[in-house]
Design a binder for this molecule. Structure first.
Ligand code: S3P
Length: 182
């Protein structure tokens, strides 16, 4: 197995990328970075406001700049926004520099967690559930290009421990001889 500079969590809205990422970072002594938070810091406004005032293409452009830059950091745990991995430039950069983990969960579980959240502009308007399900089905095969997939519908601490175990062996220069993951 190759070694990587960072860990990147990808997956649909509601998969728990930020809360799981924060906890994983704590456990492995790394810095946690939230992709949407980094976009907000750079733009001076939230992703929802960028969608509203400047449109989705402007958000995606910023997301591309911020996420590719983050992917080249060192020893970060990065929680990407749900659409980031769909962008080919972001995807290539994440796969090159990071150990990319797809947090997978059934649509109904995700929907329970995200329905009606005003901070998620893609959920606004009529027929949101069916539109969101279609988006989920289109994105899932792309998310599956991650280096690893973890079932995110399990209790959070189990998900965190699974990720910590698989990450521990893959940090650059820190593979112990008996892990068998070289
Ligand atoms: C998006 C997901 C959001 C945020 C933006 C677009 C998407 O992040 O980046 O609203 O396209 O799925 P979360 O996955 O953290 O909700």
């Amino acid at each position: 197995m190759e070694q990587f500079q960072n860990v990147a969590l990808i997956g649909f809205m509601g998969a728990g990328k930020s809360s799981i990422g924060r906890r994983v970072a704590q456990k492995i002594g790394s810095l946690f970075v939230d992709g949407d938070g980094a976009i907000e810091a750079q733009a001076g406004k939230s992703p929802a406001t960028i969608f509203e005032e400047d449109g989705e293409p402007a958000f995606r452009q910023l997301e591309r700049e911020v996420t590719t830059k983050l992917s080249k950091g060192r020893r970060l745990v990065i929680a990407t926004g749900g659409g980031a991995f769909l962008d080919v430039k972001i995807r290539e950069s994440l796969l090159k520099h990071c150990f990319v983990i797809f947090l997978d969960a059934p649509f109904e579980v995700l929907w329970e967690r995200i329905a009606g959240d005003p901070k998620r502009p893609l959920l606004a308007g009529e027929g949101a559930k069916e539109r969101t399900r279609t988006l989920f089905e289109q994105r899932r095969p792309v998310y599956s290009k991650a280096h690893a997939t973890v079932l995110a519908a399990l209790p959070m601490e189990d998900v965190v421990n699974e990720i910590v175990a698989s990450v521990a062996a893959r940090w650059q220069g820190e593979v112990s001889p008996d892990t068998g993951t070289k």
